[in-house]
Write a protein of this length. Structure first.
Lengths: 197, 197, 197, 197
DNA sequence: GATGAATGAGTCTTCATTCAT
DNA sequence: GATGAATGAAGACTCATTCAT
């Protein structure tokens, strides 16, 4: 049955997220992933060509899910509201699935190869959501026009990503227990002031 | 002669920066570093306990050099000027030593182990420079007081770091050829607006 | 229906001949053979105990077919004529079914295990046809008696086999395009002179 | 010291000859060869790029040694004497180093890849010695001219090789204990009759 | 101190074989 | 009988580290 097959593939990807997040890509053993997924080592190779392919596939698929979630943002509210929602969604997602976020933002960077082969497309689309918000904000006069949308969207991504990272990596971090909504608001205030016209 | 010894140690660290930046930590071979440094494989183990130790030592030492450069910032000018200078220095440094920057920001993240063992101290001190500027700005009334200095300094670091990263990783990036001064100014404008009271 | 079963078994053996000839026994995958035969991987194990068993069964069965073809030789003509016919038949067979010949002479040698378990019997019978011709030739006075029939039959087999091999393995060999009849005649002339009394 | 290095390389090759002869190329484990050579597994890879490379290097080097031994034949005596000596040398060599002979004639054939990459050159030179003897014999009028030297040299090689093989593979073969000189004489008688004019 | 040959633990990947459907 | 997804044992190869010179 097809659902059986998809089920097993999903279990492997989910196991890979956990193990990659815990050990890092290069230190993660395929056999650990297999064990975590409850399948035999060889089974992984029925679904993925290699350990590399597993990471890349994982990235593509999870990134697509996230993109769908985020692409809905553009459809409602003012640019300011969209930006707030983007930040809130991102931080909520991090709070919700910290391991996935770590793999998507940290482990994937490990090899320039992944950065070149797999990420530009998906990562670029993720950035494009942000750049789109800024574009529309500039067009509507809500945001200053003398800021480069590409530069600023990348800067904002870095800002949000770093905060996400500190959530993800710090177990007993000083703000780890803060409500992500509060953090999101504070960041949004800061950013909106920075780009408001 | 002590200078001889220091010379060889330095050559190994510089070679490691190059190789780690090019290949990534886990894919870099000790023998490649040895070759790039012009020493025998075994010689590296006279100066560093292990490959891990080489990365950590590299990080600590280079970070200290950078910190000295940045800690001078606090001594002159207004918080706004200090923040501008901080950003400018960071981007100038990236333009100057992109490989070192890549190792310090990307490779070092590879393993949570490094994040936990070696970086918090040095990295924390680097962030502290930024947090100090914000603190003093809030104290002097130049910056808004309802922003958490720790959160904002981390956010600003992420922002600057991401832009640095895009410089480092992109060979034909759209803004790769821009003058780093111009970028620094634009970022500073954005940030200062965001935190100005 | 029994013929159905036999049909599938035959298809597997024929596919195995092709794949073993192309890839060699150890590099041939059971799944390739299954695909070439148009059956599922598991089906092969309904007809053969193992990959080894497939090779051995293939050898035995094909060898028996060949032996029937060759054993008819002993029934007609003089020893000289029989020897000529033996050589001609062998080379004609090679020209006709080069892949089968390659499996029977090259792949089967790969493992001493096959040489010990499966081939001696069948191979011995094949040699026996040759030895029988020589025996009868010596008895009739046509062939010299101071040649050991076992040694000479083996020598002749090697001679013919090597020429066969060069046919099988060489695509653009210098004599690959020659008529096998011509080659057979030349070899027969040489051999008959060598053993004639 | 260079002799140390060469010594270790030689030990590996000699161990490989033993193991390849006993188990066959594909069933021989690199670790077995290492153990037989008294070195660590990894050491083999300091001298050879891969298991394949080990077999090919072994073949090339041993073949060259043999060729030097055989190429001396052409310098003395009549073609008949040369042919006798060639056969005698070949069989003596087989009796002396049966495992090496098995690797050189049986194992090397396993993969068409080896046949194409490594052997044609060396094998061709070996055959050329034989073809040269026949050529000179035909030129001097000692051998019949209506036999193709290339065909006949290949046929003779097959003949001699098969007898060698039966020596090599049969432990309790009926003629295994015979004096190789006697066998060589009998074969030489047969062959010389066959090609004498 | 310096060397670099040697080590051998560690792991990805393959593929013959099995068995639930 | 037939299937083919799943299994997991097996092995080539890498490379950080050591140590005799």
């Amino acid at each position: 049955m097809s659902s059986r097959r998809e089920d097993k593939r999903k279990r492997i990807i989910d196991a890979a997220v956990d193990v990659f997040a815990d050990k890092g890509f290069f230190q993660a053993k395929v056999s650990e992933i297999a064990e975590a997924a409850g399948v035999a080592d060889g089974t992984i190779y029925l679904y993925f060509k290699s350990k590399d392919d597993l990471l890349i596939s994982l990235f593509r698929e999870k990134m697509n899910e996230i993109l769908q979630r985020f692409s809905a943002i553009r459809d409602e509210g003012s640019p300011e509201q969209q930006l707030r929602r983007y930040i809130a969604e991102h931080l909520a997602f991090v709070a919700e699935k910290p391991k996935l976020m770590q793999v998507l933002t940290v482990e994937i960077r490990q090899s320039p190869r992944f950065m070149k082969e797999a990420t530009p497309q998906a990562f670029g689309r993720y950035l494009a959501v942000l750049a789109g918000i800024i574009d529309r904000g500039q067009a509507s006069g809500a945001f200053r026009k003398n800021l480069d949308p590409v530069l600023i969207s990348r800067a904002l991504f870095g800002l949000i990503d770093e905060i996400s990272l500190s959530f993800v990596l710090s177990n007993e971090n000083e703000w780890a227990r803060r409500d992500s909504t509060e953090v999101a608001n504070q960041l949004a205030d800061f950013i909106l002031r920075g780009i408001a016209s």
